[in-house]
Write a protein that binds this ligand. Structure first.
Ligand SMILES: *[C@@H]1O[C@H](CO)[C@@H](O)[C@H](O)[C@H]1NC(C)=O
Ligand SMILES: *[C@@H]1O[C@H](CO)[C@@H](O)[C@H](O)[C@H]1NC(C)=O
Length: 486
């Protein structure tokens, strides 16, 4: 029941430099857009895991959009209607700046990314950052992850996320170029094109002014929405321009397994752990019909027992509520076409995230998730994602026995009794890291790739993607950090 994600059109600490003459809502030259590198791994059963040359890009709405003489094109209530009466005029008048990732709460190192809810302001007090980023490929487009008949695994640290906070990793069926067009030539390089199953009405859709005030719906697969006390994974399929907004998710607490997820519980959220999600088709191929979503966890090198006796799964029966949206079949079709990997950390002034972690959904009180409480008591709350791997079922090497086997190392299985406090404290905390044992040839892909398409990036400091443009376009340098095919 994810509410629409709040967005904070923060004015980035803009370094004002002379802004070149531009004739569309093109990237500005004040702050170069430098995408933080985040290595990921694509895996096959035969070939092991291969390191990908990927990075992350901050969503469009978090950026400074302004005129040549540095007046903001956005206001507290949306848009400056004088500067932006229509799509074309807006694109003529306004440029969009690169993001300042550290002050947006993002830091990456190798294959690890930390996302902070708050950053320190000039006076040292916490300021809301609440970033949302997307996985970007070496060609300047989003990575389209095709996960039908495949699995995704990653390690996550939710230990500092209190009640009311949400560390999220999910997939949205965005356009892979971010809707790049003549009004939005930066496209995915500037984080445009967001959509999800809440059909958000945004100031911009696809980086173009949304004068129609229309919502932008798309299939959404929530792999993890969680904090230290509760979590859910939830397909949100769409059909006929509408989506299953509440979704048919799996939240162990809501299913009655109250001692599974939490600090010191079966899955000890005070420590990092690995989340594995498998999208199983009816015929075992990557083109079949999605019939079941399997979830399991690995912590300290041990595959944990499922919360539910039959395994933590979502199947067609569980998803009967989504019948109008053709349930798992539609979700599977979207996974087969490819979806964009999205990461965010956020909290919820409207509902305190009660849909995730309070009442029948989790052990939190209905008020402790109030952002006022979080900023006062947990200003350092952050989520860490690392070691993101995807590919054939069993190939991400998350357990030595491979993927979806039902063999489970025995450990305390929590019972679906709400009042039980009989959590058996297991041996503490080995410092063993969750090292994956894939015998992977880890090579850096040097994606030269095909020629870049119209508007796409073709050069700039740190650019590793295509440097030639498809005919008839030529590569024009915009600044040291950005050249594009025009
Ligand atoms: C809108 O932009 C115009 C032109 O830059 C400016 O004069 C005006 O003050 C702006 N309005 C608001 C509400 O910011
Ligand atoms: C966004 O752009 C893509 C690619 O051009 C297009 O398929 C999609 O319909 C656009 N969405 C909206 C709401 O305009």
């Amino acid at each position: 029941m994810a509410p629409s994600r709040s967005m904070y059109a923060t004015l980035a600490t803009a370094l004002l430099a002379a802004v070149d003459t531009v004739n569309a809502q093109q990237p500005g030259t004040g702050t170069p857009e430098v995408h933080p590198k985040l290595s990921t791994y694509q895996c096959t059963t035969g070939g092991g895991c291969v390191q990908q040359d990927t990075s992350v890009v901050l969503d469009w709405n978090y950026r400074w959009i302004h005129t040549k003489d540095s007046n903001s094109c956005t206001t507290n209530s949306g848009i400056n209607a004088t500067l932006c009466p229509d799509e074309a005029t807006c694109a003529q008048n306004c440029v969009i700046e690169g993001a300042t990732y550290a002050s947006s709460g993002i830091a990456t190192s190798g294959d690890s990314m930390t996302m902070n809810q708050y950053v320190k302001g000039a006076d040292g007090s916490p300021q809301n950052a609440s970033p949302r980023v997307y996985l970007l490929g070496p060609d300047g487009n989003y990575v389209l992850m095709k996960l039908l008949g495949q699995e995704l695994s990653f390690e996550v640290d939710l230990s500092t996320l209190p009640c009311g906070e949400n560390g999220a990793l999910y997939l949205s069926e965005m356009d892979k170029t971010g809707g790049r067009n003549e009004y939005n030539t930066g496209g995915a390089n500037y984080g445009s094109g967001y959509c999800d199953a809440q059909c958000p009405v945004q100031t911009w859709t696809n980086g173009t002014l949304n004068t129609a005030h229309s919502g932008y719906c798309c299939n959404e697969m929530d792999i993890l929405e969680g904090n230290a006390y509760a979590n859910a994974f939830t397909p949100h399929p769409c059909a006929n321009g509408d989506c299953d907004k509440s979704g048919c998710g799996f939240n162990p607490y809501a299913q009655g397994y109250h001692n599974y997820w939490g600090p010191g519980q079966t899955l000890d959220t005070s420590k990092p752990f690995t989340v594995v999600t498998q999208f199983i088709t009816n015929d075992g191929t990557t083109t079949g019909t999605l019939s079941q979503i399997n979830r399991y966890y690995v912590q300290n090198g041990v595959k944990l027992p499922a919360a539910a006796p039959g395994g933590d799964v979502i199947n067609a029966n569980a998803c009967s509520s989504a019948a109008n949206y053709d349930g798992l079949a539609n979700m599977g079709a979207a996974l087969g076409r490819g979806m964009v990997l999205t990461f965010s950390i956020w909290n919820d002034a409207g509902g305190n995230m009660n849909w995730l972690d309070s009442g029948s959904n989790g052990p939190c009180s209905s008020t402790e998730g109030n952002p006022t409480n979080i900023i006062a008591n947990h200003p350092d709350t952050k989520v860490v994602f690392r070691n993101i791997r995807w590919g054939d079922i069993g190939s991400t090497g998350t357990t030595s026995g491979g993927g979806g086997s039902t063999t489970v190392t025995s450990k305390t299985t929590s019972k679906p009794t709400s009042s039980s406090t009989s959590r058996v404290t297991t041996t503490p905390i080995s410092t063993t890291k969750v090292t994956t044992t894939t015998s992977s040839k880890t090579t850096t892909s040097t994606a030269a790739g095909p020629a870049q398409s119209h508007w796409g990036q073709c050069g700039g400091n740190g650019w590793t993607g295509p440097k030639v443009c498809a005919s008839p376009y030529t590569c024009k340098v915009q600044n040291d950090w950005y050249a594009q095919c025009l």
